[in-house]
Write a protein that binds this ligand. Structure first.
Ligand SMILES: [Zn+2]
Length: 1165
């Protein structure tokens, strides 16, 4: 069948190769021209697949042999070759095979004086050169010298020929050896001169394509180190930079500006980051001293000599022609070994070790004998707190607020913590875990001892945190008038001699002013908790926002619209530092490694600070008056993981846009390129009753910069490049104190004080709440474990049995410290779970919740992005966690092992995360079948059986949670994720519903929140809706009592809720992929990147077309003789007769008029 279809075309092609009859050849060319003139790529690819290129090349070789050359045949032949060749990926090889490179060169040489002929030759030359090897061969044989004879300074004559020559030259320069040859012959300087000349003279912008063509030549030639150096030495930077300034005002010059900017970025000399050492400013001695990496020495070089971009690639030419580059990379990571995915019961520790986890499941052995006593005791308290406890959650089902809990204290609150004599009026409540932690962990545990020993050695000098330092609250400057007025009435003004006000006074005065209107937050609790935190730098400051609290703004902010050319403008402004250094200051104003710089900065300069919980800013350099370069600190004991920032800035002017550049980002792209803003908190605003983080920053973009990582520190491919996040901010007030962060901060102390408040707020008659310490972290901080369920209905046996037999749900969060959004989601979950919302009450009767709200307290405290103090990503340690290095993971897994060992493995496990590249909230789960299908493996359904119950919860969430999108979920098991919580809990604990829940930092692509940036309110809502989802899951999947069903039916108008959401979603839901479209501007400027592709094809097609349609009007055409077209009809008929039926897949000739190019074929004179 296929042969039949092709036969018509094949007859034409074989006749073309074998015939010597000029008329026949001409007519075949005419038919082919018509066939391809409708010109979609598909037709050409079809002709190529039938041997079109070879036939045309053969015909060219024959035609070129005739003396004198017959241009009547050659011209249509060359045009066809140009159009077919550029879409034939193996064209270069075919050219070599047919030995036509010399033929083309000699035709070009001979036609130098005839511009129309020459133009045709140049098109083919360009196409041949798109293969690197063929291009190199052409270069060796003098093609570039030839082209430089054609490319002239500005002239209105023969511009088509000049354009074709520039196109060919650009193609030749893609070969690195051609580029080297060109540089050595001085062509780079020549190209710059030509470009300047065209730029200067083409005032009406008539020849944009010529100017851009010259820039493309420069772009390719500077792909080699020698090219970049020569460009730099020839003042290329100044020349292009100046020319771009002239173009900026004209929007249709974008192609020129963009190409020039690309070259400028590439040739900007590479530098190391301006830090002595890229390793974190904070280091932590590990128990057993494992993996002590040597410090990385700073380099003396100002400029980097070798450019890592092209290292090792310089000499090798890449030719993709012979490879079928089909990317299967993504699927490579999928686990295809069924046995590795099957649930297996292994233990990574001796079985008897599990016994100690019994203490963390006290609910299973509790007989509630003390229950009544306790509740009697609490009776009086209850009365006072009744309205508090009965306030329903503010997300489900209605928005009712919970009043501030400051007024309530349990009597025993003060005892164990020890009151702080310095503090007045507030206490930290009792922590049941204080007692627990002593009994759970055996003092003889050797491994613990090692860890403790290290901690004792100089890490935390002060054993008793309560007696520790005076805590400073963002040390407000005493000269700030607004502040003095607000906190220091004249008689009391009592600044310390040091020039800074006594911080405890500040705190006290502030607390007196606090309105207490931030839900579930208490500055008293916060300050008390913060005092107990152990940190490497020994934090002595509180960040105001964490202390004072955050109240979500009443409105949601839409995504920031990207301004046209914003990145280009910023990049050019960066380059201006090099070209016009007059206003560059370059003064370091803050440096973690040099504390002398951290005090008030020079006049007219911002003051920075980051030495507080979750703070991350290592260095600030004032680049220009209102521009600062900022460097983030690496994770402790690491030299990478830069993304999270959180710092304080003060001494600002108002109404001035400050530009900030965070110059050591690592990810290859960012949601900052897609409308996401950072967050800002203004102290003045807070004190005026608007205590909130808001999305802020304008002119935001994210792009690769000129900083390179030192090879020794790069750790392989990762971290070789750095990216800049740039934004500008107009601060709302003069002399304010503001905080800027990557995302809404949520510190360890925030979490601890939140737990305090929740414990206080719960209704102890109804909510079983137990807070214990899972373990101590490496840094000596407690990792809390919560148990939440409903109190048994009564002490009778049935009720106690029901209490004990509730299935477990195990939730964890914040293993990655930079993912503060996961903590906000967890906050929503916790508040809902202890609330008196009837749905929450029902849910508590269904499950026992085990929750580790922060798996990585140390990382959070130190402002890390990803790791713990050991420098390890804790979510890659679940297979074999080390009790010394990864205690929180080791014990969380131990507890899960214990639950499994008593037959109580959780029904649902979910680890809350944040996703920095994607929109929406979604789940990752695990499915053997979906993984095998995705990997293209055969699935024997008789052997591989799988419960599809893992899909139920995400389906429910898709319906009940507005931020959640089922389409974004994935259930694939990747090899690279084999040691994550999700996969290990699924496999080793046999938990079918084991998930990672990813929350965006940015926005949603679907549903209610589409186009809006998520705030803490939406994140918290997600946490509470997750709970609702669990209840529905329970109703759907587990046998439950009639009573429960009836209650549920009353509470949840499920049908309505579900259809309502589904409809809403349907209206704007689509099957679009969740991945971002390519960025509006190129983030990267790799030497390999170029605009090759369909666009370039279209350019050449258009060039040919334009040339043909104008050729008649041009004077340069001096008589093209052509042959007859008399027999074309016969041939056409032959062709048509052999065509398949019109609806087949082959190419119908259609009704196009033949002889489209008759202008060429008819002799004009
Ligand atoms: Zn994560």
């Amino acid at each position: 069948m296929a042969e039949q279809e092709a036969s018509g075309l094949q007859v034409l092609l074989s006749t073309l190769q074998s015939s010597c009859d000029k008329d026949v050849i001409l007519n075949i060319l005419s038919v082919l021209t018509d066939l391809l003139s409708l010109g979609t790529g598909r037709r050409i690819h079809y002709v190529v697949s039938k041997g079109g290129s070879e036939a045309l090349l053969q015909a060219l070789a024959t035609a070129a042999r005739t003396e004198p050359p017959d241009h009547g045949t050659l011209l249509p032949l060359l045009r066809l070759l140009a159009r077919v060749g550029q879409r034939d990926r193996k064209f270069g090889l075919k050219v070599q095979k047919a030995e036509v490179t010399d033929i083309i060169l000699s035709l070009t040489r001979r036609d130098l004086g005839h511009h129309l002929h020459l133009t045709h030759c140049l098109w083919v030359l360009r196409v041949c050169a798109s293969n690197v090897t063929t291009g190199t061969m052409l270069g060796i044989n003098g093609a570039m010298e030839l082209l430089f004879k054609v490319i002239t300074p500005y002239s209105k004559r023969h511009v088509r020929t000049v354009r074709a020559a520039i196109g060919a030259l650009a193609a030749l320069l893609k070969s690195k050896s051609n580029s080297r040859r060109a540089v050595n012959r001085g062509y780079l300087g020549e190209l710059l001169r030509l470009y300047q000349d065209w730029h200067r003279n083409d005032v009406s912008n008539n020849y944009i394509y010529i100017r851009r063509g010259l820039l493309l030549c420069l772009k390719y030639i500077t792909n080699i180190q020698l090219g970049r150096e020569t460009f730099f030495g020839s003042r290329g930077m100044e020349i292009l930079f100046t020319s771009v300034q002239d173009c900026l005002s004209c929007k249709n010059l974008d192609p020129i500006i963009n190409t020039a900017t690309h070259i400028l970025r590439k040739c900007y000399p590479k530098e190391h980051l301006p830090v002595v050492n890229v390793r974190s400013s904070y280091s932590f001695p590990l128990p057993g001293n494992v993996n002590a990496e040597p410090p990385c020495e700073g380099s003396e070089d100002k400029w980097l000599n070798g450019d890592s971009e092209s290292e090792g690639e310089e000499e090798t030419e890449k030719d993709w022609d012979n490879e079928d580059v089909e990317s299967k990379e993504e699927d490579c990571d999928l686990e295809t070994d069924v046995n590795k995915m099957r649930s297996r019961s292994v233990l990574d520790r001796p079985e008897q070790e599990l016994e100690k986890y019994e203490a963390l499941c006290a609910e299973l052995s509790q007989n509630f004998q003390e229950f009544e006593l306790e509740s009697e005791e609490k009776k009086s308290l209850e009365d006072r707190t009744e309205n508090l406890s009965s306030a329903p959650s503010h997300f489900i089902p209605s928005a009712t607020s919970v009043k501030h809990p400051n007024c309530r204290w349990r009597n025993q609150s003060v005892t164990e913590m020890g009151p702080d004599p310095e503090e007045r009026g507030f206490k930290v409540p009792l922590q049941s875990w204080r007692k627990k932690e002593e009994c759970i962990w055996d003092k003889n545990d050797e491994k613990r001892d090692i860890a403790e020993e290290t901690q004792d050695k100089g890490f935390c000098e002060e054993e008793d945190p309560a007696r520790s330092h005076v805590f400073a609250l963002c040390s407000l400057p005493k000269d700030a008038a607004w502040y003095k007025k607000m906190f220091y009435p004249p008689c009391e003004g009592n600044p310390s001699p040091g020039g800074r006000t006594e911080s405890s006074d500040v705190a006290r005065n502030l607390l007196e002013k606090h309105q207490g209107d931030v839900q579930f937050h208490s500055p008293h609790f916060y300050a008390a908790r913060a005092r107990c935190v152990k940190s490497i730098p020994g934090y002595r400051e509180l960040a105001f926002p964490d202390f004072w609290g955050h109240q979500p703004p009443p409105y949601s902010k839409p995504l920031l619209e990207r301004k046209h050319g914003v990145q280009r403008d910023k990049v050019l402004d960066d380059i201006r530092r090099l070209i016009q250094p007059g206003d560059v200051i370059g003064r370091t104003v803050f440096d973690l490694d040099d504390p002398s710089l951290s005090s008030p900065a020079a006049p007219g300069c911002l003051t920075f600070s980051s030495k507080f919980e979750s703070g991350n800013l290592r260095k600030a350099i004032q680049a220009r008056e209102f521009e600062y370069d900022l460097i983030m600190n690496a994770d402790v004991n690491s030299n990478q993981h830069h993304q999270w920032f959180y710092f304080e800035v003060r001494d600002m002017k108002s109404a001035v846009p400050y530009r900030f550049n965070i110059i050591n980002c690592e990810k290859f792209n960012s949601q900052f390129n897609y409308g996401m803003q950072l967050v800002m908190y203004s102290v003045r605003e807070a004190l005026q009753g608007r205590p909130r983080w808001i999305r802020a920053g304008q002119e935001i973009c994210y792009y690769k910069n000129h900083y390179r990582c030192r090879a020794a520190a790069g750790g392989g491919v990762r971290g070789r490049f750095y990216y800049t996040l740039t934004f500008s901010i107009k601060f709302p007030h003069k002399d304010d104190v503001c905080y800027l962060a990557y995302h809404y901060p949520y510190t360890f102390s925030t979490m601890m004080s939140h737990l305090d408040i929740l414990e206080q707020n719960r209704n102890p008659k109804k909510v079983y709440w137990r807070q214990q310490t899972l373990c101590q972290t490496l840094g000596g901080n407690p990792c809390p474990l919560l148990t939440i369920t409903a109190m048994p209905e009564s002490k009778n046996r049935d009720d106690l049995e029901q209490f004990c037999s509730r299935p477990y749900v195990f939730l964890t969060a914040r293993v990655h410290p930079g993912e503060s959004n996961s903590s906000w989601v967890m906050k929503g979950t916790l508040e809902f779970l202890v609330s008196s919302d009837p749905i929450a009450e029902l849910l508590r009767k269904c499950f026992i919740f085990k929750i580790v709200p922060m798996l990585n307290p140390d990382g959070v405290i130190h402002g890390n992005l990803r790791c713990s103090l050991s420098g390890d990503d804790l979510n890659r340690q679940w297979l074999t966690p080390s009790p010394q290095l990864h205690p929180t993971i080791y014990h969380a897994k131990g507890l899960l092992y214990y639950l499994r060992s008593i037959g109580r493995a959780p029904l649902v496990f979910c680890d809350y995360h944040g996703h920095s590249q994607k929109k929406n909230v979604f789940l990752y789960g695990c499915s053997i079948k979906e993984t095998l299908w995705q990997a293209g493996c055969m699935v024997d359904t008789a052997v591989v059986t799988e419960d599809v119950g893992y899909r139920t919860l995400p389906k429910i969430l898709d319906k009940v949670a507005p931020a959640f999108v089922m389409n974004s979920c994935s259930f694939l098991v990747e090899k690279s994720r084999a040691s994550t919580a999700r996969v290990v809990v699924w496999k080793e604990m046999g938990v079918l519903r084991s998930y990672t829940m990813e929350s965006t930092y940015c926005s949603c692509s679907h549903g209610l929140y589409r186009g809006l940036q998520l705030g803490t309110k939406e994140l918290e809502e997600m946490g509470s809706k997750f709970c609702l989802g669990l209840l529905i899951l329970h109703l759907k999947s587990l046998p439950c009592s009639k009573e429960l069903m009836a209650q549920a039916a009353l509470l949840l108008d499920l049908e309505e809720e579900i259809t309502d959401r589904a409809q809403r979603r349907c209206s704007n839901s689509s099957l679009e992929s969740d991945d971002e479209p390519p960025c509006a501007e190129e983030i990267d400027y790799d030497t390999a990147s170029s605009s090759d592709g369909e666009e370039e094809f279209l350019e050449l097609d258009q060039e040919i077309q334009e040339c043909l349609s104008c050729v008649e009007g041009e004077t340069e055409d001096e008589g093209v003789t052509t042959g007859q077209t008399c027999s074309s009809r016969a041939l056409r008929e032959l062709y048509i007769s052999s065509q398949p039926a019109p609806n087949s897949t082959a190419l119908p000739l259609g009704s196009t008029a033949l002889g489209l190019y008759s202008g060429f074929q008819r002799s004009p004179v």
